[in-house]
Write a protein that binds this ligand. Structure first.
Ligand code: NZQ
Ligand code: ZN
Length: 386
């Protein structure tokens, strides 16, 4: 097993009716900014619950954070916080609102141009405004990790950032919020979490036995509840297992002591930046082709996954690994994903060259667990995904 440190200070408050606990989690004298997205929280009663819980607090609101949150929008919230001297943020929404809030929290006191946090990948070590979250969409695990992804309108870039100062202080996860989600977002959540496990599991055989078993358990649970929760989002058993699986997939636990990949995400982010394709759907397009192109590197783990998660029949490693990829694509289709870029946009033809050029400019010339996903491989993966 590789050496690791596990640090996760987020107080995760999970279950029915937990939104009422906000009042005991935020300092009484805090001047709070509530951040939210396009208004779903007004329709499903979450806003009312939050405002009720914040009765007596000094509260300002900032709405309109987009899916794939925009730097330009977030900087408006930064101005409001500086102007009104607010000192706590409460993010109410999905991954976009939470990621956006992490960026706002980091930018307010940043010494320099906050754009550098993204362009120069400056780790947010300290000096961020404290924040908590009320999660309304299980998918990203942003509620219990210290990363975020922000889109810059001006340059059409989607860039990640993070650091220990942008862990949420607390996150309230009430699975009842799942009931108002559109099918498409539930499907996205399942596939995003599924791929998060893959990025930390589908590498090469290693000595971290428990991490593999936990990862396989998350995948099995997502397979079990995924198709059902799409049809029955009010079923609490399904919704709670969906929510907890998504959090567990990227709260840092399964990545400890193991090699990781993340290239599917890196390539996927470019497809969202270019075509505004939902994050999870970009992963369903790229992931299976990345496993095909990187077959020799990943085949042992693919075979293990096929055997333990899908019960594929015994065969040689290559056969089992190939079956595992096919089972995955089938599952993505069951979850409502289209898995070809051309099914989302007619303008796909120069995508591979564009992505390669971007990666080259950023110096991302060797990705993956063995640093063998070269620019040539990226081109092959993206072209295979047309
Ligand atoms: O904006 P509102 O009106 O709230 O509507 C949202 C949005 O339109 C809606 N929604 C959320 N909760 C709802 C709801 N509608 C009805 N009922 C509810 N309970 O869903 C839509 C999508 O929301 P969004 O937050 O964009 O989705 P998601 O949680 O999938 O987040 C995606 C973003 O997270 C980033 C992605 O790149 C993308 O920008 N990621 C963040 C990660 C992280 N921080 O660790 C890791 C991921 O890999 C991912 O990259
Ligand atoms: Zn993701």
């Amino acid at each position: 097993m590789l050496n690791f440190e596990l640090y996760n200070p987020t107080n995760l408050v999970f279950g029915k009716g937990q939104i009422a606990k906000i009042s005991s989690l935020i300092p009484k004298d805090a001047k709070v900014l509530i951040t939210f997205g396009g208004g779903s929280i007004f329709k499903n009663g979450v806003y009312d619950q939050v405002r009720h819980a914040l009765h007596g607090f000094d509260v300002t609101e900032f709405g309109g954070i987009e899916p794939n949150p925009r730097y330009e929008t977030l900087m408006k919230a930064v101005e409001i916080i500086r102007e009104k001297k607010l000192d706590f943020i409460l993010a109410v929404g999905g991954g976009s609102v939470i990621d956006g809030t992490k960026f706002i929290a980091a930018a307010v006191n940043f010494d320099g141009n906050p754009m550098d946090i993204l362009h120069k990948r400056i780790r947010v070590e300290n000096n961020a405004i404290p924040f908590g979250t009320v999660l309304t969409l299980p998918a990203t695990a942003s509620e219990m990790n210290s990363g975020g992804v922000i889109t810059i309108n001006e340059t059409q870039e989607k860039l990640s950032f993070g650091g220990p100062a942008v862990f949420p202080q607390f996150s309230i996860c009430d699975p009842q919020t799942v009931s108002s989600l559109p099918k498409r977002q539930i499907q996205n959540g399942i596939v995003d979490a599924f791929t998060h496990v893959f990025e930390q599991y589908l590498t090469y055989p290693h000595d971290a036995l428990l991490q593999d078993r936990i990862s396989e358990g998350i995948l099995q649970t997502l397979i079990e509840v995924g198709p059902k929760v799409v049809e029955n989002p009010t079923d609490y058993k399904l919704a709670s297992n969906f929510m907890w699986s998504c959090t567990m997939a990227l709260n840092g636990l399964i990545q400890k002591g193991v090699p990781t990949d993340w290239a599917t995400h890196m390539i996927g982010h470019e497809l969202t930046a270019l075509f505004e394709i939902d994050h999870a759907r970009t992963l369903a397009i790229i992931g299976p082709n990345l496993y095909r192109v990187m077959f020799e590197t990943k085949k042992e783990k693919l075979a293990q996954y096929g055997k333990r998660v899908w019960n594929v029949a015994d065969g040689n490693i290559d056969e089992m690994a190939n079956q595992a990829i096919e089972k995955t694509v089938e599952f993505f289709h069951t979850m409502g994903m289209q898995t070809k870029l051309s099914e989302y946009t007619p303008d796909f033809k120069n995508t591979a060259d564009f992505v390669v050029k971007r990666f080259e400019e950023r110096g991302w010339k060797a990705m993956g667990e063995k640093q063998n996903i070269t620019l040539e491989k990226v081109k092959e993966i993206v072209e295979m995904s047309y």
